[in-house]
Design a protein around this ligand. Structure first.
Ligand code: 13P
Ligand code: SF4
Length: 309
């Protein structure tokens, strides 16, 4: 307890000295969320990243999110507590694979999920997040075919919601959400018959089919807070428990383990710790560094997405 307090104090001092802002995704450890200037989902954090004054952004999330913050704030220093805080979706589509896919489908519009490398973003027409993916795809003229990448489950969900048939979907997956099993959700529903089910669209289709609500991380939190039900089964990363319990203290939230471990945690997100956050503010490393050319090219599809309300 004393140790955590002293690290927290060090972070507060460094934050002031560096004129830094701390942004945290809902999947971060609760100690990090408590220190953050803003906690949000990937779309909210992309917007927040450019709405503040200061010299440094300490991005407590995964690397692609920090790259997005850097693209929107090229003059600021952007650090992440752990350089290995990656994402299986980013790894599932390398920019050379996208270029080859584009060459085979030259008339298609490329819609990339924000969970992509900055190089992939720079080769895309428009980005989306789980919160706005349906709106983004609906913003593309119906006669224009679409390449959607990299998440297969989100792509299938968007196709179903938009009714769009001229859409090809990459076969990438989130190692957390894609391994939630309908079988385990069924068991949880038998155990908690009064609970409503909320799911992130990166979950498999058979899990989504059982959900009362499907939405991005913050949309799930808002929805659970707005319902009269006292109990929820939440099909997303368990870091959201902190925000859920803050918003709705009297309610109960159940998280079910995924297939590959007895937890529902993102191993990439959980690489960030208070100690590493302190070190990143002290050393200004690991730092996102991008060429001017990459920043300019990646900025265009990000701004197109941010213009869609
Ligand atoms: P959100 O857009 O809901 O923040 O999701 C990001 C993510 O990585 C989900 O696993
Ligand atoms: Fe990537 Fe999945 Fe982790 Fe989100 S939860 S950062 S999509 S691996």
């Amino acid at each position: 307890m004393v140790a955590i307090q002293s690290i927290t104090d060090e972070i507060a001092e460094l934050k002031q000295a560096r004129r830094a802002v701390i942004l945290a995704h809902h999947y971060q450890e609760h100690e990090i969320q408590e220190l953050a200037d803003a906690v949000g989902d990937s779309l909210e954090l992309a917007r927040k990243a450019r709405d503040f004054e200061g010299d440094v952004i300490a991005f407590c999330g995964v690397w692609f999110m920090a790259e997005t913050a850097k693209v929107l704030n090229p003059e600021r220093t952007v650090v992440v507590p752990d350089r290995e805080a990656g994402c299986s979706l980013v790894e599932s589509c390398h920019v050379d694979q996208l270029k080859a896919w584009r060459r085979k489908n030259p008339d298609h519009v490329v819609v990339s999920y924000i969970n992509t490398s900055v190089e992939v973003k720079a080769e895309s027409e428009i980005l989306c997040t789980s919160r706005n993916a349906v709106k983004v795809v609906n913003s593309i003229p119906a006669d224009k075919p679409v390449l959607f990448l990299p998440d297969l489950n989100l792509g299938n969900y968007v196709r179903e919601q938009t009714g769009r048939q001229n859409m090809k979907i990459w076969q990438g997956a989130c190692i957390v959400h894609a391994t939630f099993a309908a079988r385990k959700l069924t068991q949880a529903r038998i155990k908690h018959p009064a609970a409503l089910v909320a799911a992130h669209p990166e979950c498999p289709g058979d899990v989504l089919a059982m959900a009362d609500f499907i939405g991005s991380t913050s949309a799930i939190i808002d929805w659970c807070g707005s319902q009269d039900a006292p109990e929820f089964i939440v099909m997303t990363e368990s870091g959201v428990r902190h925000s859920l319990e803050k918003l709705a203290p009297g309610k109960t939230f159940h998280f079910i383990p995924n297939e590959h471990c007895n937890c529902s945690e993102c191993p990439y997100m959980k690489r960030n710790t208070l100690e590493k956050l302190r070190d990143s503010l002290r050393d200004l490393r690991p730092r996102v560094e991008l060429s001017q050319d990459l920043i300019e090219r990646a900025r265009v599809p990000i701004e197109r997405m941010l213009a869609i309300r």
